[in-house]
Design a protein around this ligand. Structure first.
Ligand code: ADP
Length: 487
């Protein structure tokens, strides 16, 4: 890995606590990070526990006061420097990301710039955390509303977007005047540590951003939810773990920002532009090898265009190139681990057993390891696992439907409510369907909806809170109302 970087000092096998780099854990234990494409060990990192997490929280608690006392413009200046350094080092950050996570280098670079865009956006927003004045309810009363940082924030992030999922939390938290203790996924911690290196270089004061490295994250989650100095926990990951954290935080009424699982429907109506729908499905389904929480998971295609769509999609998918993320032209890297591979195989096996046909792929790739062939399934029905569970892999199950009412019912028949997509041309139908879909986000005639200027987030069991946009800062501030009596 180091040989591939312009600046090898971005790779640090240490945690970052109170502005100090921590090479050894209290327990002396460590854990390895591997490259999912080759299986090679990239780094051995200290495996921290509760005591070190509590220490980081103490540092953050102390440092946060001075950080919050700075003007928005002062905080903005540091966030701007972090943004500039992320962009200047985008190639190296993408190289680190591809090495530990496996996605194609071009996608990794896209992720770095996407993550950086949140740092830019919220740096700008730091100056605009406006309050309000309200006409008094009595002649002597003056009412003012101010918004203050919540304080110390714990952040737990997943491996599928190691940089961007953290940047989406780090940027609004720091902009608002909060301090953060982060715990990246054990599979992909180096991308977050590299961000700490950059933040330090940009002049972020010690203690404002901390990185706890840990193999068994449940202890860290407990410290975050039980330590009274932590005022907010922001988590991106599975609904299952989100539920655990919510239960753990109940005793201290922990404020939670949750970006959880999705089970995105992708609907193609008869009147859609089929070529555009195929393009959208490629991006929405196969980006990151199907390992995103907004990936199309269930593709519903209306009867009149089903065969045409299936054929065109399979043709496009057949042109994908599976391989190591650094190889030229590769569009599908390895899956993250053996469990992910097993789940993809299980979902395909279940569907085929219940009557689905494999239009393309369906097997492990000839390269072996964690590589799987991009797959298209036809004749999929609602009794199959793919109809209910998130596959998180490169499998497009195509369901056939007849009417608008039927497809809305099927699309909403899930406990999840993150992203949804549909393709249609009729204007009335576009509004009807957009309003009827029970999702936090709806892509209409597009398969790509993520941007820092819009509120990303889910309803139902896909989470709470929003990341990005002018609303994103709300997750990191408390409202306080001042009631003043004048004589
Ligand atoms: P994914 O399927 O993306 O791995 P997880 O919810 O398992 O989703 O993991 C997301 C993040 O949550 C990772 O950083 C992981 O280490 C962490 N995590 C997993 N289990 C727990 C837990 N019990 N408490 C706190 N964090 C956890």
């Amino acid at each position: 890995l180091l040989g591939k970087l312009k600046d090898p000092s971005l790779v640090v096998a240490k945690a970052y606590v109170g502005g100090e780099w921590v090479a050894k854990s209290d327990s002396g234990k460590s854990f390895d990070v591997t490259n999912p494409s080759t299986g090679d060990v990239i780094a051995s990192l200290p495996d921290l526990g509760r005591a070190e997490t509590a220490r980081a929280i103490d540092f953050a608690y102390t440092a946060q006061k001075a950080w919050a006392a700075k003007t928005g413009k002062e905080r903005a200046a540091i966030l701007r420097k972090i943004y500039d350094l992320m962009v200047a080092n985008a190639d190296d950050l993408a190289t680190i990301l591809t090495t530990e996570m496996g996605k194609p280098f071009a996608e990794a670079k896209g992720e770095i710039l996407y993550g950086a865009s949140y740092v830019e956006w919220f740096g700008e927003e730091a100056k605009r955390v406006y309050g309000d004045t309200i006409p008094g309810h009595q002649p002597d009363k003056r009412i003012i509303v101010i918004r203050q940082p919540v304080g110390v924030v714990g952040a737990i992030t997943p491996w599928n977007f190691p940089n961007a999922m953290l940047a989406r939390k780090f940027a609004p938290a720091l902009a608002a005047g909060c301090a953060m203790v982060s715990k990246p996924a054990k599979e992909t911690p180096l991308s977050v540590v590299a961000l700490a290196v950059i933040a330090e270089r940009a002049g972020l004061p010690a203690g404002i951003f901390n990185v706890i490295l840990s193999k068994t994250s449940s202890d860290i989650g407990k410290e975050f939810t039980e330590n009274e100095k932590v005022r907010k926990l922001t988590f991106t990951g599975s609904t299952e773990v989100g539920r655990i954290l919510m239960k753990q935080g109940a005793d201290q009424i922990m404020k939670l920002g949750l970006e959880l699982g999705g089970n995105a429907p992708f609907i193609v109506f008869d009147d859609a532009d089929i070529d555009a729908a195929v393009e959208g499905a490629m991006i929405s389904k196969y980006r990151n090898n199907g390992q995103t929480c907004v990936c199309a998971n269930r593709l519903y295609v209306q009867s009149g265009v089903y065969d045409q769509f299936a054929e065109k999609l399979a043709k496009k998918v057949a042109a994908m190139k599976v391989g190591d993320g650094f190889e030229e032209g590769v569009t599908a890297g390895p899956l993250i681990d053996a469990n992910a591979l097993a789940k993809v195989e299980e979902h395909i096996g279940d569907a085929v057993e219940k009557g689905a046909k494999i239009a393309l792929g369906g097997k492990r790739d000839a390269r072996g390891g964690l590589f799987f062939q991009p797959t298209v399934l036809t004749g999929v029905t609602r009794d199959m696992k793919v109809a209910r569970e998130e596959t998180f892999g490169p499998v497009a199950p195509l369901f056939r439907f007849e009417t608008e009412a039927e497809v809305i019912e099927m699309a909403n028949n899930t406990e999840f409510g993150l992203a949804s997509y549909f393709y249609a041309r009729d204007m009335s139908k576009i509004f009807r369907v957009a309003e009827a879909l029970e999702y936090g986000m709806v892509g209409i005639n597009t398969g790509l909806i993520s941007t820092e200027v819009a509120p990303f987030g889910g309803i139902k069991q896909s989470g709470q809170g929003r990341e990005g946009s002018k609303y994103g800062i709300d997750d990191y501030v408390e409202m306080k109302y001042l009631c003043l009596s004048i004589s």
